[in-house]
Design a protein around this ligand. Structure first.
Ligand code: HPA
Length: 284
């Protein structure tokens, strides 16, 4: 079997499995990032599938990430939660990282909301800000669409002139206002491969490139979602702000602790966003 056919086969096998297992297919998936898995606790679950029980799903090697696909209702709205994600720095290709999103797109899920923890680069940001993605820089050196295209899944050269749905950005900003959150901003997310953190020179360069925040995740999933015609809303919790002239050590424990402090606000924001956009629509 060629590499292309093997990947198609793995995706299709997983689609068939999930179509049999899932009691319904929500139109919305929420993928939760580092230290931000708590929203899953607010879901009234119909089914919880550990990633290792799902055919061909990658399994996270990062201890701060639980690996569960949860289907249920979040304050009445049908959702799929991906609790835990995969990263290129774990050794996965970006195609593998985006595997769950490819599968969910083929099941009919139309919107991806994702969260992550990121380092701030914009000096106007403060730790604890929530940044809504307005645009991104893919600096992974990899692209999940590399290799032969599957035309049924999406176009060979997908347009990225409007990567993030302006309507969703507007809803997110309005939701922040409703929730009384004053540290919600929009910005450009730069995705680096990691796992080494940025040097002062890299930080200066990223700022000069127009990045407002930097992290090591999410872009493979976003590229696949857009290729499949899904709408995407990206939300970064700014856990630290990096100044190239006064670099401080960036420690994972501190990133997780900072994300945990903002998590309740992020949860309120997401609940308000999905209340506004997705009432009780299902695709089946
Ligand atoms: N750099 C890269 N990834 C991150 C950071 C950072 O400063 N903070 C949280 N994730």
């Amino acid at each position: 079997m060629t590499e292309k056919n093997k990947y198609i086969h793995q995706v299709e096998e997983c689609v068939v499995f999930l179509r049999e297992q899932l009691p319904f297919i929500p139109s919305l998936v929420i993928q939760l990032g580092t230290g931000l898995g708590g929203l899953a606790g607010q879901v009234k679950p119909n089914l919880i599938l550990p990633y290792h029980e799902i055919p061909n799903f990658p399994c996270s090697t990062v201890s701060s990430h639980q690996g569960n696909l949860i289907i249920g209702h979040l304050h009445g709205t049908p959702v799929i939660i991906l609790q835990g994600r995969f990263h290129c720095y774990e050794g996965y290709s970006s195609k593998e990282v985006a595997f769950p999103i490819r599968v969910l797109s083929l099941l009919g899920v139309r919107t991806l909301v994702l969260t992550n923890a990121a380092g701030g680069l914009n000096p106007a940001f403060a730790p604890g800000s929530i940044m809504i993605f307005r645009d991104h820089l893919n600096l992974l050196g990899d692209n999940p669409l590399r290799g032969p295209n599957v035309d049924f899944w999406g176009p060979r050269f997908p347009d990225f002139s409007i990567p993030y749905n302006p309507e969703l950005i507007k809803v997110a900003l309005e939701s922040a206002e409703t929730c009384g959150l004053d540290k919600v901003v929009t910005g450009v997310y730069a995705c680096i491969p990691g796992p080494s953190l940025e040097t002062p020179a890299e930080t200066r360069w990223l700022r000069g490139c127009g990045a407002d925040a930097v992290g090591m995740s999410s872009i493979p999933e976003i590229i696949v979602a857009r290729h499949a015609g899904m709408d995407v809303l990206g939300l970064s919790v700014i856990s630290n702000v990096n100044d190239p002239d006064k670099m401080q050590p960036i420690l994972l424990e501190e990133i997780i602790a900072a994300a945990g402090l903002v998590e309740p606000q992020l949860e309120r924001l997401i609940i308000e966003i999905i209340r506004r956009i997705y009432a009780t629509k299902t695709t089946r």
